[in-house]
Design a protein around this ligand. Structure first.
Ligand code: CTP
Length: 405
């Protein structure tokens, strides 16, 4: 539920800050992308370094400390978040936001964001019952802010009563519920994606391969998870972190990839073959390291199985999406592959384009469909492109309407 969700935790100054550390840790473990903003008072209890380590992101506390000169930090954070949670929320921050005051990083971000904001108050029982605090909470609730009520029990100040920050596990549960996929188009559907190169061994120390980085396939897997799919990623050797919420099957050769894909084909709704599979492999794998000699060395190659073509021949209900890496006659060659491999879609990629191709963070492609549609995409990040491609594919196939990312 929380995979790739952007959650901004605003930490204000109360003894319950230690629980926010656990909250950030649990959210990050659940696959959320978590960023933290702190007030100066919160830093009296726990240092930003603790939150940085838990979230694996920079921690923000000074409105004027711009870490990235290309953006304005408080606006960037406010725009970035899918959900903002103020935990612990002191009487002070509640009072400030209720009255439109923004005099530090936390209150400025809270005023600038258009994302949903939740407050998880924690304070002394008498402060929580104070008329001004009650007034401020009511006003914020009327304005559409949501509150996670504090629980009752022993308070750090010695009182017993209402004022304890809700337990981190419970807060995570509430946040997960908030992101429950209501009508995600790929909920209940299995999506199988291949990524990266394959390696075809020559001898124990050498292999034949290609320059594929796997970035496009990994981005497709992340996009599939976000759209609610049960996602399996069959990956050749790459140096990318495993995407959260995805079942990753590591393979090396085209033959291993073929087996893994076949094992996952029957119950798949969509198969996306973004891997750059070797078309040839050494006819013989030498058991020992080949020693150099004086003569020209010749390695005899034999064809690998065309995985996608085989899937096309065995296709029942599955939707097949291929990728075509081309250097000339890009659209024509792409269409020939789409027809020849019995595909539903093909993403055609001119690998000579400086904005696209192997290893690059960006890509520029055209999506061709068997029904004849032709959708060009301008240069954009592979992550962004993956979302657009998948949304377009499922829209054309009538898998459902995209409601919410
Ligand atoms: N593909 C595959 N198995 C292979 C070769 C390719 O499944 N042995 C898939 C790729 O994953 C991709 C599509 O086929 O989705 C097209 O791959 P590409 O390398 O562009 O084309 P090829 O069919 O190999 O043709 P050529 O190399 O001659 O351009």
């Amino acid at each position: 539920m929380l995979v790739n969700k952007k959650i901004l935790i605003c930490v204000t100054g109360g003894i319950a800050v230690y629980k926010s550390v656990a909250l950030v840790s649990k959210l990050a473990q659940a696959g959320a992308d978590v960023k933290v903003v702190m007030t100066k008072s919160a830093m009296e209890f726990v240092t930003p370094l603790t939150f940085q380590a838990m979230s694996r992101n920079d921690v923000f506390f000074d409105t004027f400390d711009e870490k990235d000169s290309s953006v304005i930090a408080h606006i960037d954070l406010a725009d970035w978040a899918d959900l903002v949670v103020v935990a612990p929320a002191t009487a002070n921050v509640i009072g400030k936001v209720a009255n439109g005051i923004s005099d530090d990083m936390v209150s400025t971000v809270l005023l600038a964001t258009t994302a949903e904001v939740w407050f998880a108050p924690a304070m002394n029982v008498n402060m929580y019952g104070n008329k001004a605090v009650i007034r401020n909470i009511s006003r914020l609730a009327e304005d559409g802010y949501r509150f996670i009520e504090p629980s009752e029990g022993f308070l750090a100040c010695g009182y017993v009563g209402k004022g304890r920050l809700e337990e981190p596990e419970k807060v995570v549960e509430l946040i997960s519920e908030r992101f429950e996929p209501k009508n995600l188009p790929l909920t209940g559907k299995k999506v199988v994606i291949t990524a990266g190169p394959t390696r075809e061994r020559i001898d124990p120390v050498r292999y034949v391969s290609n320059f594929s980085s796997g970035k496009m396939g990994y981005a497709m897997a992340e996009a599939a998870v976000t759209l609610g799919a049960d996602t399996t990623l069959i990956s050749g050797p790459v140096s990318l972190p495993k995407p959260a919420g995805v079942t990753v099957i590591d393979v090396e050769s085209a033959a291993e990839m073929f087996n893994a894909v076949c094992e996952n084909y029957e119950d798949a709704s969509i198969v996306i073959k973004s891997a750059a599979v070797a078309d040839y492999r050494p006819a013989e794998i030498h058991p020992q390291k080949i020693k150099k000699g004086e003569d020209l060395a010749v390695i005899e190659l034999e064809r690998t199985t065309d995985i996608l073509k085989t899937l096309g021949e065995r296709k029942e209900k599955q939707l097949l999406v291929g990728f075509a890496a081309e250097t000339e006659n890009v659209l024509k060659n792409g269409m020939t592959k789409l027809i020849g491999k019995n595909l539903d879609f093909i993403v055609v990629n001119d690998v000579t384009d400086p904005d696209g191709g192997f290893g690059s963070e960006t890509n520029v492609v055209t999506l061709l469909s068997k029904s004849g549609t032709n959708t060009p995409y301008p240069a954009m990040s592979k992550k962004e492109l993956a979302h657009l491609l998948l949304e377009n594919i499922i829209k054309e196939e009538g898998f459902g309407v995209i409601h919410d990312r």
